[in-house]
Ligand binder design. Structure first.
Ligand SMILES: [Fe+2]
Ligand SMILES: [Fe+2]
Length: 287
């Protein structure tokens, strides 16, 4: 990251003008946290949020929750817990429907979204709008079409999802995809039309966070919030055994070396980002 970008990423210098004045409509930051993996991922988020709130004072917190229920899917109880903890919106991905009890919840709870390019007949919605401090944030979830099961094209359906948002101040798009190419293409496709395009699903953070020329913050993958000591969330011994033996192995979520991985996007103009900063931190030691 260039030095000038690093300065911008840290946000404006604290000063009496900023600290004493009321929050301006243009002074918005969005904390987006990558796939929460299991109970360890959820606890890492909850333990880290106070630190992150103090450090970044995010206007909005959005998390990907597709792996929060024991590594696969999400339940109403877990979604409620996340939303009650101050999370503004939850995005999902290919594990959306792993837990049957979430189906009705996806239709009823407006602050949780599954990929907009799933079939219309599948439970849930692909976009939502959340509001804080009189700022309206649209959140859109997409699935890649390569190696993932999504009934419709992310590139055509995103247009429908954006149109459905109506009038908003900022838009965050989580594209949950395997292929780096699809995510990069989506970043360029939406550059100048949304505030941020963030990639999820691989559970591995990429080193390409930047603001694209027309003002859209972009990263190919935010990474996961969970055990860095496993294999994308799974106990490493089990993942290695599966690869060694080519036989079925029961996977359990690792608890080893939990980290939070996310990004903070800062904005001072409608639908544009000033900066995107990666957040990669171990679970706080005093937790
Ligand atoms: Fe995924
Ligand atoms: Fe995931």
């Amino acid at each position: 990251m260039a030095e000038d970008e690093a300065v911008a990423a840290d946000g404006p210098a604290p000063g009496p003008e900023r600290d004493d004045g009321p929050r301006q409509r243009s002074d918005v930051s969005i904390l987006f946290v990558g796939d929460l993996v299991g109970g360890i991922g959820r606890r890492t988020l909850l333990d880290s949020l106070p630190v992150l709130r103090e450090r970044y004072a995010p206007t909005f917190v959005v998390v990907n929750g597709e792996n929060v229920a024991g590594g696969l899917g999400i339940t109403p109880k877990l979604a409620d817990e996340l939303l009650a903890s101050g999370v503004d919106a939850i995005t999902l991905g290919n594990h959306t429907y792993h837990r049957r009890e979430i189906y009705q919840y996806l239709n009823a709870q407006p602050r949780i979204v599954r990929p907009a390019n799933f079939l219309r007949s599948q439970p849930g919605r692909g976009a939502c709008v959340v509001e804080r401090d009189a700022v309206r944030l649209g959140v859109v979830n997409l699935s890649g079409n390569l190696y993932l099961r999504a009934g419709r094209s992310a590139f055509t359906e995103v247009e429908v999802a954006l149109a459905d948002l109506g009038s908003v101040d900022h838009i965050l798009v989580d594209i949950h995809a395997e292929a780096t190419s699809e995510k990069i293409a989506m970043g360029w496709h939406l550059d100048g039309r949304v505030t941020a395009v963030v990639g999820t699903h691989t559970h591995v953070p990429t080193a390409d966070a930047r603001v694209l020329p027309r003002g859209t913050a972009y990263i190919t993958d935010v990474g996961m919030t969970g055990p860095r000591g496993g294999v994308i969330g799974v106990k490493r011994e089990q993942a290695i055994e599966s690869l060694l033996t080519q036989m079925p192995v029961r996977f359990e979520t690792s608890e080893d070396d939990p980290w939070l991985m996310g990004v903070v996007i800062s904005c001072s103009e409608r639908l544009r980002a000033d900066s995107i900063e990666q957040v990669l931190m171990p679970r706080p030691a005093n937790a």
